[in-house]
Design a protein around this ligand. Structure first.
Ligand code: KIV
Ligand code: ZN
Length: 386
């Protein structure tokens, strides 16, 4: 096994789809699942089968439609949930049951009205029961971000001994700082005696805007599965965004981590998910936002036109975009204006750039952005090089 291979577990169709207004039909979920397969994810969390007949059916149909990735179904730590998941996964070529229970004292007391010891028993029983149906069982220690590390280590050791193949350490409430979350993963790597028998997975929420940073801290400290969603959609402020993690690991290739993601598919699937879920991507979103490769100030435009890498650490082509863009606004300089005029076919050497630039600024001051049509109006057809 390649020790630096990071497995990508996509939960767009489960944690992502839980967002109000983002519900998809089974047919739409199959389309997304096939695109996730083409993207190269290792695991697709297809749903939470006991939650509704529709979710159950979606897991059944995705299991039939997709063959490469492992298909995973979520459960709570009880037999009815696990029975439903096993039944929904019956057609999957490669299947995983994802079961789990709260691990923080907050959840143990106020969610389950229980004790650490009783919860530990339920965790072990759930894993053992799930193993009766599938060879691949992932256990999630919900709210692990706020759990006591010593207790968490006991829980992780116990569920691995019970047969868990993957153990998920969720920062369910997006509470941790990267240093804390990284240290938590390291603590488990150093203190769980059977840790080599399972893969540690990181599942981070973005309540403080730290989901991606925490995920990377987890990987650096030994986790080898990352749980993410396309565009970072998910409960409240969302989950770790798949495209951010994939491009961080690609950009920082010197760290040595690899994934199976075909990054050239990122832009396409981001649009697909955004349109289908009617969930717009914020313009300044890293990697896939409309402005992620758009340069608008004169200093940056001049720099990028001289050498792309002056202001770009990523290649737009790497995520499937044709090129970057130089946006013309009142903050643009002569270099950007000349670039666009030449692109439109104007003989820039025959015109007085200073004079056009003065008129351009007058126009740009009254508009948010200057379009090709505006430039044509500025120049008049007579000067165009056809
Ligand atoms: O955030 C979380 O803890 C979860 C679990 C159900 C895996 O989504
Ligand atoms: Zn979650």
């Amino acid at each position: 096994m390649d020790n630096n291979r990071v497995y990508v577990f996509d939960t767009t169709l489960r944690d992502g789809e839980q967002v109000p207004g983002c519900q998809l039909t089974t047919v739409e979920k199959i389309i997304v699942a096939k695109e996730l397969e083409a993207l190269g994810v290792d695991v697709i969390e297809a749903g939470f089968p006991i939650s509704s007949p529709g979710d159950f059916q979606s897991v059944v149909e995705i299991s039939k439609a997709v063959s490469e990735p492992v298909i995973c179904a979520l459960t709570r730590a009880n037999t009815a949930d696990i029975d439903a998941a096993a039944s929904a996964l019956q057609y999957a070529k490669r299947k995983r049951i994802h079961t789990g229970i709260g691990s923080s004292d907050m959840h143990i007391k106020y969610k389950f009205n229980s004790t650490r010891e009783a919860i530990l028993e339920r965790a072990k029983e759930a894993v053992k029961y799930a193993r009766k149906f599938v060879d691949d069982v992932e256990f999630y220690a919900e709210d692990a971000g706020r759990a006591d590390n010593e207790y968490l280590a006991r829980m992780v050791e116990a569920v691995i001994a019970a047969g868990a193949t993957v153990v998920n350490i969720p920062d369910t409430n997006g509470y941790c700082l990267p240093e804390q979350y990284g240290a938590k993963i390291k603590y488990l790597m150093d203190n769980v005696s059977n840790i080599d028998k399972a893969i540690i997975s990181v599942h981070c929420h973005n309540d403080l805007g730290l989901a991606t940073a925490n995920t990377i801290a987890g990987v650096i400290n030994g986790a080898r599965q990352v749980e993410c969603t396309i565009n970072g959609i998910g409960e409240r402020a969302g989950n770790t965004s798949l495209e951010e993690v994939a491009m961080i690991l690609k950009t920082h290739h010197a760290l040595g981590y690899t994934t199976g993601i075909n990054s050239k598919k990122i832009y396409e699937i981001s649009n697909l998910v955004s349109n289908m879920m009617r969930m717009p991507v914020q313009p300044n979103k890293a990697i896939v936002g409309r402005n992620a490769f758009a340069h608008s100030s004169g200093i940056h435009q001049d720099g990028v036109l001289k050498h792309r890498e002056n202001y770009e650490i990523l290649n737009p082509e790497d995520i499937g975009l044709q090129s970057n863009s130089i946006i013309l606004t009142a903050r643009s300089g002569r270099h950007a204006l000349k670039h666009h005029l030449e692109r439109l076919g104007y003989k820039i050497d025959k015109i007085n750039l200073d004079e056009v630039y003065t008129r351009f600024l007058e126009m740009a001051d009254s508009k948010k952005e200057i379009t090709d049509h505006d430039l044509q109006t500025l120049m008049g057809d007579g000067n165009k090089d056809h």
